[in-house]
Design a protein around this ligand. Structure first.
Ligand code: HEM
Length: 567
């Protein structure tokens, strides 16, 4: 195997560019309770101030000895912790760190999101590099061949997840969730159950009424909002709609909008509080963060109080074979995700308790909401900017269902141009620039370097779809590239033959619900463009600036004027 060693043995910390133009932007990370650790940005808002005092003294021998000792001690730490790839550990190269804290404060002091830091480091350190973040070792992999080798060719070996922080453990009930479980029997059992019970093609069809119900409410809301404000805010409406579909898929219940909003808001708080904090990298600081652990426990309590009644109600409905449960119960017994969890026994835990069910349904709602809503927002951004693309899509929809028809799920499957727009959106704006953190199941090697078992392996996937060697004019939004004769026509997002874009990850941990996510996006886009023409607000064109908010979203949420098509 080729050794991807970098020339500089003690490279300097690179000068980092603040510009967010296409060439330097588009650097980023993932979402939900699936969230990886990339929110050090938050830490960078603290401003430690150091007060230095100086005093002239004569230096006795003891002081000199202490000074010499301190010097040798620091030198020893420096060699132990600075990751250059040349040390006995044979880690990939990387920026030299400071003693004890490694690169942690170098990242914090940059006061910008980790994904932007990584983007610049990739240019300097190449396809695989190491960052020492306090006591955590991160191996960043950015190259298509190495990603393919790790996640497809040697998939099982790189299919685990790293350790969770104490706060994340509170919400995951000790890693009892598909996204955080280590590669092993528990993960296999939870994932198999999710795939067979929630997203098998028959279940998806059986639940199409849920999407129909949510889409009708969505169109009503959009129309009302436009009447009231003169424009529509895309992201918040799409989030609410997708969240309501996922809640109904999980609990089989049509619940009122206010309750959906409360669930959406609490799950957002959960994502916020589980973002990495200093003790995740320097556990010695844990006692200083006791207040946050207390806050996390309180939030967990609220989350359970909000979701447990829905679980209990559904249980009553299932046990009474559909007789009890109240008017909001809408799915037949057995059709809701939570129904499959009531009787599930998983390796090492046996039957799942109520709190574990709260964790498992929360992960599904969080995982599927921001990701899909982000894609709809970016797609509509391009349709608003480029009316020709929008017109061509409208003609395709009308060609399929007519001007007065109703767009159905089988219709969107036939819409080739719509499919191309969605693929191009995922290529140009992958909702997360990294997949979730991976870990090796045992010490191994990649690209000629050692990958320790306890390291977090971070696959920086956004680069793939920006690489000019893989895409013609990668910064252009061109859905046509995914149609006949285009440079993306034979791209396979599952990455089996090779990876050119991977918005859903690839291999063992690939997003199990990617086709459901795409269905939600297709339906929302087709319905919205069929009913309205979407236009920029006069004198306020939408800006492509982006920011990290679990996914990489538009910095200024998209607002558009809508004109009913029938006019
Ligand atoms: C279209 C929008 C979506 C995108 C872009 C997306 C993306 C991803 C990515 C990048 C991963 C991590 C892969 C890895 O770690 O290698 C993932 C995992 C996951 N996603 Fe999605 N996802 C989407 C929709 C959904 C939906 C709708 C659901 C649930 C209904 C869902 C449930 C999950 C779960 C449970 C995992 C964890 C899989 C595991 O660790 O085995 N996702 N997704």
């Amino acid at each position: 195997m080729s050794r991807l060693r970098h020339s500089a043995i003690y490279p300097r910390w690179p000068g980092l560019c603040e510009s967010h133009s296409w060439s330097t932007k588009h650097i980023h990370c993932h979402y939900y309770s699936h969230i990886t650790f990339f929110s050090l940005y938050n830490l960078s808002h603290s401003h430690p101030s150091f007060i230095l005092t100086t005093k002239t003294t004569n230096m006795p021998l003891l002081d000199l000895l202490l000074l010499a000792f301190a010097f040798f001690f620091l030198r020893w730490w420096w060699r132990k912790w600075s990751t250059t790839g040349a040390g006995p550990k044979n880690l990939p190269p990387g920026p030299p760190g400071w003693p004890i804290v490694g690169n942690l404060f170098q990242v914090i002091l940059q006061r910008r999101h980790f994904i932007y830091v990584i983007r610049d480091l990739r240019q300097k350190y190449g396809p695989i590099f190491t960052m020492q973040m306090g006591q955590r070792t991160l191996i960043i992999v950015t190259n298509a061949d190495l990603i393919h080798e790790a996640l497809i060719q040697r998939g099982p070996l790189f299919a685990s997840r790293p350790k969770d922080s104490p706060i994340r453990l509170i919400f995951s009930m000790g890693k009892c969730a598909i996204n955080s479980a280590e590669y092993g029997p528990l993960w296999r059992s939870l994932r198999r159950n999710f795939v067979t019970e929630m997203i098998n093609p028959l279940r998806i069809k059986q639940c199409s009424w849920i999407r129909k119900w949510a889409m009708e409410a969505h169109m009503r809301r959009v129309r009302e909002e436009a009447q009231e404000n003169g424009f529509v805010e895309v992201m918040s409406n799409c989030r609410l709609t997708i969240c309501s579909i996922l809640i109904c898929l999980c609990f089989g219940a049509k619940i009122e909008e206010q309750r959906i909003k409360s669930i959406e808001s609490i799950l957002k708080d959960v994502m916020l509080i589980t973002l990495p904090k200093l003790p995740d990298f320097l556990p010695v600081l844990t006692p200083l963060f006791r207040r946050q652990v207390r806050q996390a426990r309180e939030l967990r309590k609220k989350q359970v109080e909000l979701l447990a009644p829905l679980i209990r109600n559904r249980k009553r409905y299932v046990e009474s074979e559909g007789k009890l449960g109240g008017a909001e119960m809408a799915s037949p017994v057995g059709a809701a995700y939570v129904d499959s969890l009531f009787g599930l026994e998983v390796p090492g835990r046996g039957k799942l308790g109520e709190e574990e069910l709260v964790t498992l349904v929360s992960e599904v709602i969080s995982a599927g909401t921001d990701t899909s809503a982000t894609a709809v927002e970016w797609a509509l951004f391009h349709l608003v900017k480029d009316q020709e693309i929008q017109e061509r899509l409208y003609r395709e929809i009308v060609g399929c269902v007519g001007k007065e028809g109703v767009v159905t799920e089988s219709d969107v499957e036939k819409m080739v141009y719509l499919g191309a727009i969605v693929k191009e959106t995922f290529r140009r704006h992958p909702p997360s620039h990294f997949v979730l953190s991976h870990a090796a199941t045992e010490e191994t090697e990649l690209g000629g370097y050692t990958i320790p078992k306890e390291a977090s392996v971070e696959f920086y996937t956004a680069w793939l779809s920006e690489d000019p060697k893989m895409w013609e004019d990668p910064s252009e939004f061109r859905p046509g590239r995914f149609m006949n004769g285009g440079d993306g026509v034979d791209v396979d997002v599952t990455g089996t033959k090779g990876v050119r874009m991977m918005p859903f990850g690839v291999g063992r941990r690939i997003c199990p619900a990617w086709s459901l996510g795409i269905l939600h996006i297709n339906m929302l886009l087709a319905k919205m463009v069929h009913a309205f023409q979407w236009l920029p607000i006069p004198n306020d064109p939408p800006s492509p600036a982006e920011k990290f908010a679990f996914t990489v979203v538009m910095k200024n949420p998209l607002k558009a004027v809508i004109v009913p098509r029938s006019l």
